[in-house]
Design a protein around this ligand. Structure first.
Ligand code: ARG
Length: 436
């Protein structure tokens, strides 16, 4: 791959939306295994209404050397065609009942839409390879649904071959049974089966809506299954289609490595979602276990030191853990830590660190939520040039600048108390030292 070409195309597409360093971090991460970058599910409606953005986002990935595996649906077009031909159809549990008549139309519509996407990609220089009915071996589990297949085997070798030859597989949700009968597969199910087989870094759902919306129709930026799933499933504003999707995503994440994640976004925002920490869409992660403890044994001291030193790019002063009255929060993936100190009457957040490769996953948020659930009042400080200040400004109740430091607080309303806290924070010795 030509480095300058890559650099220019990155700058062209992403300039102004993020730092180049951030983009390069993701580029490196996604390039680390050419076959396992991503499975992208393209909703049928997207091919119909947003083909241009879809193709240009995918062409960009191709330009920087990333080859996703694409699975698409065609539901809305199939319904329209069936209506036009006067063929009756119905759904049971979200699955289309597929009679022989419906199947014929389905296969022709899937093929048509598949070629529409494949051809559009080819025109942009992507070596797209159309795959209709060649990837999934299925069995018919529920006879009452007709010719609807459940995936029993995924022929991933074929996909691998295509990718290793710099191609991009474009797969229609059509399978065959062991005796050669063609069957219709729910496109989400096909995507999930494929993703479990391939274990990609990312599974991406491209839809018109572009994410999961909260009760005020705002995009939910990150969902951490461990912390958020139960609560979300009981909300009446989350409609049943989304609940089903979230349920499927939860199952999928259980079968993927812990650092894999699912993103839901729209074609226009795909690259921003992929190449920035903040993203643009909904990121769903399995979630990390966070332990809270005051047992500063050798093992936790080692882990904490590593996290703190790597994320602050400095050295912790000798005896840091043995001075003061401290406890800590540590993610079991050993990539984020919070150290609290209780020398003052009110809890002081002495350190909050997320190592750079873990930023943008919602891990920092999860740590923050866990820690704040234990305290009504907290104060802390951060160097005024630290990039985390935007986050702090969002979550704090107030802050004050003090020379090199910003001092933040939550839950402290009494002026005297606040003055004492600010005084305490501004007089703390720095506990990270930097080599000059
Ligand atoms: N670029 C990262 C990724 O694709 C982080 C995305 C964050 N997205 C979000 N909606 N919070 O994994």
């Amino acid at each position: 791959m030509n480095k300058y070409f890559t650099k220019n195309s990155i700058l062209k597409l992403l300039s102004g939306m993020s730092s180049e360093k951030e983009i390069r971090k993701y580029l490196e991460r996604f390039s680390s295994d050419e076959y396992r970058f991503a499975v992208i599910k393209v909703g049928g409606a997207v091919i119909q209404s947003d083909l241009e953005n879809l193709v240009s986002s995918l062409a960009f990935l191709n330009e920087v050397g990333l080859r996703p595996i694409i699975v698409h649906g065609a539901g809305p077009m199939l319904s329209k065609e069936l209506e036009e031909q006067g063929i009756e159809f119905s759904f049971v549990d979200g699955q289309r009942v597929t009679t022989e008549e419906v199947l014929d139309v389905a296969v022709s519509i899937f093929t048509r839409e598949n070629l529409k996407l494949t051809d559009a990609l080819k025109e942009e220089g992507v070596k797209a390879v159309s795959l209709v009915g060649e990837i999934f071996e299925c069995s018919v589990v529920n006879e009452s649904l007709g010719y609807v297949g459940e995936v029993v085997e995924t022929f991933s070798d074929k996909i691998k071959d295509i990718i290793l030859n710099n191609g991009v597989p474009v797969i229609a949700p059509v399978g065959k049974t062991s005796d050669g009968q063609v069957v219709n597969i729910n496109a989400d199910k096909a995507t999930l089966a494929l993703a479990s087989e391939i274990s990609p870094d990312k599974v991406i759902f491209l839809s018109d809506v572009g994410g999961i919306l909260d009760e005020n129709n705002n995009l939910i930026s990150t969902i951490n299954i461990k912390d958020d799933y139960e609560r979300l499933m009981t909300q009446d504003w989350l409609h049943s289609g989304m609940k089903l999707k979230l349920q499927q995503i939860k199952l999928l994440l259980e079968s993927l490595p812990n650092n894999s994640s699912v993103s839901i976004t729209k074609p226009l925002h795909l690259n921003r979602e992929l190449f920035t920490d903040a993203g643009y869409g909904t990121l769903v992660k399995a979630g990390h276990k966070i332990i809270h403890s005051n047992k500063l044994d050798e093992n936790s001291i080692n882990n904490l030191t590593q996290i703190l030193e790597s994320s602050f790019r400095g050295n912790l002063v000798e005896g840091y853990f043995t001075t003061g009255n401290k406890d800590f929060y540590l993610s079991t993936c050993n990539r984020a830590a919070i150290v609290m100190s209780y020398q003052h009457d009110i809890a002081y957040m002495d350190k909050f660190a997320v190592i750079s490769s873990a930023r943008g996953e919602g891990l920092g948020n999860a740590m923050w939520n866990k820690m704040t659930s234990n305290h009504n009042k907290i104060f802390w400080r951060s160097r005024s040039k630290n990039s985390i200040n935007n986050f702090y400004k969002d979550v704090c109740d107030g802050f004050q600048r003090h020379e090199d430091w910003n001092i933040f607080w939550v839950g402290i309303t009494d002026t005297e108390e606040l003055t004492a806290c600010i005084n305490y924070a501004s007089h703390q010795m720095a506990t990270i030292t930097y080599e000059s």
